[in-house]
Design a protein around this ligand. Structure first.
Ligand code: TNX
Length: 525
């Protein structure tokens, strides 16, 4: 009797568990396209209330034969292949009649706001999907929308049950800001090529277009410079806490740059100076005013190191570094740091920054620097990255500079979510997911409006972050909020509506294998 009861109970439990599992793995796709949980939220969605069904005979058709379009088509095919088990082929065809296909159409003559670089138009009918854009970049961004319109399990590597339905309608979309970035500090703790690629792959999904690598700091130098080999040989050996550190050879750096480029993400390399330079000063005695090399450093203090700004050799060194870096950096920017140079006298700091600006320009690159550089005279096209000092941001704007928004209180990914977060710091405060989302770059600094703002960048400093799992935990889910701030017009952003879409995104995070922070503010699916 007891056994029988136990049996019934166990069977009941099994059935219940199975039902739950089924319900969660086949969350119904709504036929109302406007209900789709896309992040960042598109500018406009018009729903027509039916379904397109992705079937095994579907092809991905590109409108003209080019290496770039084929690459985008193949990227989409690769994303859809594993989970559907379908053998998508990428075909070139100007015709768009055949049913069941996804058409990627490059139309350089299209007009309207979505014709802007990165803009796209997506038309989903019962029979076909048409993605049209003015540029390959726009097509790639639109591909991310298609990905997110499919059920979350599309992200899994192994074959999953269908159906693969997408609601019909039209999406017109383009970004609010042209710079939507993330910064990764690879100096305090080193992250290898594979970790950086994994991050890039996640960023691409949310239409992020810049990855800033903080390549040098007191604790380690991370990029091979052939004319100054001790930088990596000696200065690359350490990291916070005394671990082995590491560095990228120029070849590995190029591998990262190309991997990012195929995902329409630009790498911004930073060489922080004149402060944050102990790894340099430990590697080359002649770059110290004292002529003596310092010891390598594995602590977390800031503001104690400075290059010797009054010697010619310092500028020869910087010229060599920037030349080699510019040669392997196709993107427009070189970031010169400039923050927290407390060990540099102000009368030395200003001429130093002015000279470094000239060096960067002489190698054909545009200058990005932390907002501290605003006290120098800023050349044309300089971008000041705002992190703490509102006065500096205003001085930068008064000199004609654009502002990249990374206010520490809102956009520092190393800030703890709340008191209970084990990783991270809290000198700028706790940043829960809602606080991160509720940043409006154009309204944040009195006197600095939308037209002065280039975009937004969320920064992950890694004093306390030692591996990719920890990186993912601090980046997600705040990242999707920053991606939306950068892409979606502020009039379309609303926390109460966003948090529902973020809850649905949780399933996608899981299926993509992302170790995210399950914020209690969100009802995770
Ligand atoms: C401030 S923000 C720094 C970094 C630290 C970070 C830690 C900025 C330009 N400098 O050197 O890593 O705080 O949160």
């Amino acid at each position: 009797m007891i056994n029988k009861k136990l049996n019934i109970a166990i069977t009941g439990l099994l059935v219940f568990t199975l039902l739950c599992l089924q319900a969660s793995s086949s969350a119904k796709t709504s036929s109302d396209l406007s209900k789709a949980a896309i992040i960042p939220k598109p500018v406009s969605i018009t729903a027509t209330g039916e379904f397109f069904r992705l079937k095994s005979h579907a092809n991905i058709c590109i409108s003209e034969e080019s290496k770039e379009l084929r690459q985008i088509g193949q990227y989409l095919a690769d994303k859809l292949k594993g989970s559907t088990g379908y053998g998508f082929q990428v075909k070139t065809t100007a015709k768009t009649e055949e049913s069941g296909n996804i058409y990627l159409i490059l139309n350089t003559n299209s007009s309207g706001p979505n014709a802007a670089d990165e803009g796209y138009k997506l038309i989903i009918t019962k029979k076909q999907i048409f993605l049209t854009a003015n540029s390959p970049t726009g097509l790639f961004r639109g591909v991310q929308t298609i990905r997110q319109l499919l059920p979350a399990r599309i992200e899994l590597a192994l074959k999953q049950p269908g159906p693969w339905k997408i609601a019909t309608g039209t999406i017109e979309d383009y970004p609010a800001y042209s710079y939507r970035g993330v910064m990764l500090d690879v100096s305090r703790h080193f992250f290898g090529v594979d970790d950086v690629k994994k991050l890039i792959e996640f960023l691409a999904c949310y239409k992020i277009n810049f990855l800033h690598l903080h390549l040098s700091d007191d604790q380690g130098w991370r990029i091979e410079i052939k004319s100054w080999p001790e930088l990596t040989k000696h200065g690359g050996n350490t990291q916070v806490g005394g671990g082995r550190g590491g560095y990228y050879t120029q070849e590995q750096y190029s591998e990262i740059v190309n991997f990012a480029k195929e995902r329409y993400i630009t790498i911004v390399p930073e060489i922080d100076m004149p402060g944050h330079t102990n790894a340099v000063l430990a590697s080359y005695a002649e770059l110290n005013c004292s002529g003596k090399a310092t010891e390598l450093y594995t602590g977390t203090n800031v503001g104690f190191s400075t290059l010797c700004t009054t010697q010619d050799i310092t500028y020869k060194f910087i010229d060599d570094v920037i030349r080699e870096l510019a040669d392997i950096t196709p993107g427009p920017y070189i970031h010169i740091g400039g923050d927290e140079s407390h060990a540099t006298k102000r009368e030395d700091y200003i001429p130093f920054i002015n000279k470094v600006e000239d060096i960067v320009i002489s190698h054909g690159k545009q200058i990005l620097g932390w907002d501290d550089i605003a006290v120098a005279s800023l050349k044309t096209n300089v971008v000041a990255q705002h992190w703490a000092n509102i006065k500096n941001a205003n001085i930068a704007v008064s000199q004609g500079a654009k502002i990249l928004m990374s206010p520490a209180k809102k956009a520092y990914l190393d800030m703890k979510y709340d008191k209970s977060t084990k990783l991270g710091q809290h000198w700028a405060g706790y940043i829960e997911v809602d606080s991160a989302y509720c940043l409006d770059p154009a309204a944040y600094i009195p006197g600095v409006g939308g037209k002065n703002i280039l975009g937004i960048e969320a920064a992950l400093w890694t004093e306390t972050i030692t591996n990719i799992n920890e990186m993912e935990y601090m980046v997600f889910p705040r990242l999707t909020g920053y991606a939306e701030i950068g892409w979606t017009p502020s009039s379309e952003r609303n926390w109460n509506e966003y948090k529902v879409r973020l809850g649905e995104q949780g399933e996608r995070f899981k299926d993509m294998g992302i170790n995210y922070y399950p914020s209690p503010l969100i009802q995770w699916k």
